[in-house]
Write a protein that binds this ligand. Structure first.
Ligand code: ATP
Ligand code: MG
Length: 289
């Protein structure tokens, strides 16, 4: 594994300095959407937030890395021709598995069997991440829809991403689980940039209150600043869109929840967070940790 990792690093450094890698001038940020508790609305948020960025002329790729229960394709009502699992199995290029979603949104499906990613042999893992690296400069954002909780794989995705959006609901169980994620991540790397989104709020006051409390606790006990990007109301249009297998932003573009997500996307785009290493940094980190 270490030998493979060393080779990959050397190849990447060589590529960076040979002058041919001009595409890397355009930066690709990797953004992980995660949560402590499951079922809080990560996948719906990832998809619709991605569309919110597309509305702002950003090129976005959603990468479904929920290793057990990948379902972005289901939310889009699409049956992907290829998945990460089949890419690895059939030795395909990453471009062969990118699907075109609505409004130019791109996505990659996990597919069954993707949960073996980190147990793959070194050669396959090396090949997979090398393929992924070719997307550098092709898109503005890669959004990772992760699984819930603190699995080994999730932690690696979170620690390697440029930005992390932590989704919680106002329920105490969801908040304490989100806090556990912050504590664990902060313990491993205090520089991870995390923002909170409060989903399924009864009203905006509840969202604000939840975010304020969370911020205060993280500051007091971890000396970690976690600002909120905003809150999303509990809105029956979300499950309605799921049933129609159409993204909320397209099925109900003027619903309260779609407006809130649009607002969160524009809030996110106004953040001036220093760019870490983007896609290549993500791959390096995920491979070496
Ligand atoms: N703002 C909202 N208002 C009402 N229902 C919502 C809202 N957001 C999400 N939901 C509902 O919550 C359920 C879970 O959503 P979703 O699958 O996006 O969660 P998740 O966090 O990705 O779950 P998992 O942890 O299993 O991956 C869905 O049935 C969805 O319709
Ligand atoms: Mg999900």
């Amino acid at each position: 594994m270490l030998d493979q990792a060393k080779q990959l690093r050397e190849k990447m450094i060589a590529k960076k300095t040979d002058g041919a890698d001009r595409k890397s001038i355009k930066k690709t940020r990797v953004l992980a959407i995660t949560s402590g508790k499951g079922g809080v609305g990560k996948s719906n948020f990832a998809l619709n937030f991605g569309l919110g960025l597309v509305e702002n002329d950003k090129k976005v790729l959603i990468f479904d890395v929920d290793l057990g229960f990948a379902n972005i394709d289901v939310l889009l009502g699409r049956i992907p021709k290829e998945t990460i699992a089949s890419m690895i199995e059939k030795d395909l290029a990453v471009r062969d598995i990118i699907e075109k979603g609505p409004k130019g949104l791109l996505f990659i499906s996990g597919g069954n069997g993707f949960n073996e990613l980190f147990q793959m042999d070194d050669h396959k893992l090396h090949k997979f991440f090398q393929e992924l690296a070719t997307l550098q400069g092709e898109v503005d954002y890669i959004i990772l829809d992760t699984g819930a909780g603190l699995s080994y794989e999730n932690l690696r995705f979170i620690l390697a991403a440029d930005d992390v959006i932590l989704v919680t609901t106002p329920e105490p169980t969801s908040i304490t689980d989100a806090y556990s994620v912050v504590k664990m991540v902060h313990g491993k790397d205090p520089n991870v940039h995390m923002k909170l989104v409060v989903n399924q709020c009864t009203n905006s006051k509840e969202g604000q209150r939840t975010a304020d409390n969370f911020k205060q606790v993280a500051e007091q006990f971890l000396d970690k600043e976690i600002g909120a990007l905003g809150s999303i109301p509990n809105d029956s249009h979300v499950p309605e869109a799921v049933k129609k297998q159409e993204p909320l932003m397209l099925a109900y573009p003027n619903s309260e929840s779609a407006l809130a997500i649009r607002q969160i996307a524009s809030e996110f785009l106004q953040l001036r967070v220093p760019y870490k290493l983007g896609l290549k940094g993500f791959i390096m980190k995920i491979f070496f940790k």
